[in-house]
Design a protein around this ligand. Structure first.
Ligand code: AMP
Length: 216
């Protein structure tokens, strides 16, 4: 089964992907997480992606698609988070899946107003040691600046600054939102209100992943 979570930056794709992966045994494939790890390790791929990621622009399609092609194993259940990001990538994904006899089963949009998404992004903090995610407004750590789990230092992602977060939102509007029409046409599209509490969003997503509800 292949499930895609679509949504503007800040809509909770990462958080919800982790929850669904744990509940349903999906492999969680986050292209953003992969790029950040490659950048931190200073690999060739990381060097290619670095400037794009830091400035909130999309990494070129060929680079992303080749990377994803190398990760997808036939027959496994995947939850794709952050890929595809535009229609070109969606077409490439369809081609990749077709070759292994599968297709996209469900595409779910996490809907959130821009102001709320920007608020969430600029107040997000990530543990630099274990990757745990906090929010200074809604989920602060017990000790300011320190991870509850491993005491690692909490930092703001470079692309979560207000200016870059706004740019990422515009990239989403321009390039990623056309995917809604693309997947509606394929009959696999559904949407969920991402302004609810995280647990309520997970419950709504679970209903869609477990069956039913596509096409709206
Ligand atoms: P994310 O963690 O999904 O918000 O992604 C962070 C950044 O990684 C994006 O702003 C892009 O620079 C890059 N990125 C992640 N996924 C893709 C993709 N599918 N296509 C192009 N760039 C991507």
């Amino acid at each position: 089964m292949i499930v895609i979570l679509l949504g503007a930056p800040g809509s909770g794709k990462g958080t919800q992907s982790k929850a669904l992966a744990a509940l349903y045994g999906f492999s969680h494939l986050s292209t953003g997480d992969i790029f950040r790890a490659e950048i931190a390790q200073k690999t060739e791929l990381g060097k290619k992606a670095s400037e794009y990621v830091k400035s909130g622009k999309l990494v070129p399609d060929a680079v992303v698609t080749e990377m994803v092609a190398g990760k997808l194993e036939p027959g496994r259940r995947y939850l794709l988070d952050g890929f595809p990001r535009n229609v070109e990538q969606a077409r490439s994904l369809d081609g990749l899946l077709e070759r292994s006899g599968s297709s996209v089963d469900r595409v779910i949009l996490l809907e959130l107003p821009q102001a709320e998404a920007l608020k969430r992004l600029t107040s997000r903090r990530v543990c630099s040691k274990c990757g745990a995610v906090y929010n200074t407004l809604t989920r602060p750590p017990k000790v300011e600046g320190r991870c509850d789990d491993c005491e690692g230092e909490l930092a703001q992602r470079e692309d979560d600054s207000e200016a870059t977060a706004k740019k990422r939102w515009m990239v989403f509007e321009d390039l990623t939102s056309p995917l809604i029409a693309y997947y509606k046409a394929e009959g696999v599209f559904a949407r969920v209100d991402a302004s609810q509490e995280p647990e309520a969003v997970t419950a709504a997503l679970s209903g869609l992943v477990d069956g039913g509800g596509a096409g709206r």
